[in-house]
Design a protein around this ligand. Structure first.
Ligand code: B12
Length: 305
């Protein structure tokens, strides 16, 4: 299956036409672009904003929801599908399956289109659905295509860069100021895989935790220093299946010993299942959905302490 995402000039509208079509003022269009990263116009030959018709269609749907009383910040965080479904009194619909189109764009080196397809998927279905139902399966498919020799290493890097940018943009739009618990996120030295870490950060932030991500490969001592400096309550580690099991056990044991006793250590990612009998104070989360339950348990324990 391939989704046609190329644009001809006739598909593109200037800002005045978009204002007429959607009823959203030019100011609103520019403010949303700056604040929420959507719409995302390209520039025409004169440097003026130029909007493809699929973005105009989404803007019309957003306008309808705003007219019904939905706040734009909520629409951009939850996704249009979820807010529309809620307005109809239904549970949210699953996101569109666009995986093959995205890999097709990657192989065709149509990177700007890949990026906007990912951004629109995140906007339509909301960040949680995007992470669990689009980004994670897509990363796995890219990995499989690479393992079969259908994608080159640099193409996989290009993909990771686009997905990271989309996830970082969406996370930055969530307001985590003063949120509890405070979670420091990283991977152990030698673990370069950072997409799972970002996905976990997105879910922590959506569940109302305060996130401090150190990126990948933080030395154990530095991680413990960061936890103390930030006054964090939890360390979340991400480990892929390629990380050597012995190194993982040693790294987790060293980190546990370096952390204050009251700070919890939560491990996730494809490699963490190998921590079969985790030491006291170490918790293995089997998937992203486990973050919500673990946070609920942490908050309950704190409330009753
Ligand atoms: C992109 C990518 C890379 C990029 C990473 C770039 C980056 N900035 O992240 C680069 C090119 C660096 C890379 C390198 C390698 N990679 Co690689 N890579 C991938 C790919 C395509 C996606 C990576 C990814 O982040 N996955 C991680 C997430 C999305 O998956 P996950 O770990 O299962 O996590 C899920 C959950 O567990 C959860 N989760 C993750 N973290 C956390 C944390 C918490 C707290 C919680 C609750 C949940 C949670 O969220 C995820 C979504 O559900 C995968 C394919 C795949 N199937 O994942 C291969 C893959 C992981 N790589 C693999 C390999 C073999 C390697 C290399 C060894 C290749 C080589 N020979 O050099 C090196 C190792 C580098 C290193 N030292 O770390 C293999 C691992 C095989 C295995 N044994 O499992 C995979 C599976 C590809 C494959 N099909 O063979 N890779």
């Amino acid at each position: 299956m391939s989704t046609e995402v190329s644009k001809t000039n006739e598909d593109m509208l200037g800002i005045a036409a978009v204002e007429r079509e959607t009823g959203l003022s030019k100011d609103t269009l520019r403010v949303w672009e700056r604040r929420y990263g959507f719409p995302k116009p390209s520039r025409d030959a004169n440097g003026e904003r130029s909007y493809p018709s699929d973005q105009v269609h989404l803007l019309r749907r957003i306008r309808r929801l705003v007219d019904q009383g939905a706040r734009p910040g909520r629409i951009f965080a939850m996704g249009i599908d979820a807010v529309e479904a809620r307005a109809r009194g239904e549970t949210p619909t699953p996101p569109l399956g666009e995986v093959p189109a995205e890999i097709g764009l990657l192989r065709g080196h149509r990177i700007a289109e890949l990026r906007s397809l990912l951004e629109q998927a995140a906007l339509r279905g909301g960040l949680y659905e995007f992470v669990t139902a689009t980004a994670a399966p897509l990363a796995a498919q890219v990995g499989e295509a690479w393992a079969r020799g259908e994608l080159q290493v640099y193409e996989e890097h290009l993909f990771s860069e686009q997905l990271q940018a989309v996830l970082r943009g969406a996370i930055a739009r969530l307001d985590g100021a003063g949120a509890l618990p405070k979670v420091v996120l990283s991977t152990l030295p030698g673990e370069q895989h950072g997409l799972g870490l970002l996905m976990a950060q997105a879910v922590f932030a959506l569940e109302g935790a305060g996130c401090v991500s150190l990126g990948t490969q933080t030395p154990v001592r530095e991680l413990a220093d960061a936890v103390r400096a930030e006054g964090a309550h939890i360390v979340a580690l991400s480990t892929s299946g390629s990380y050597p099991a012995g190194q993982l056990k040693d790294g987790v044991a060293q980190l546990r010993a370096a952390l204050p006793a009251e700070v919890e250590l939560w491990c996730g990612g494809g490699g963490s299942a190998r921590l079969r009998q985790p030491a006291p104070g170490v918790r293995v989360l089997s998937d992203l959905a486990g973050i919500r339950d673990a946070l609920d348990a942490w908050r309950e324990a704190r409330a009753s302490a």
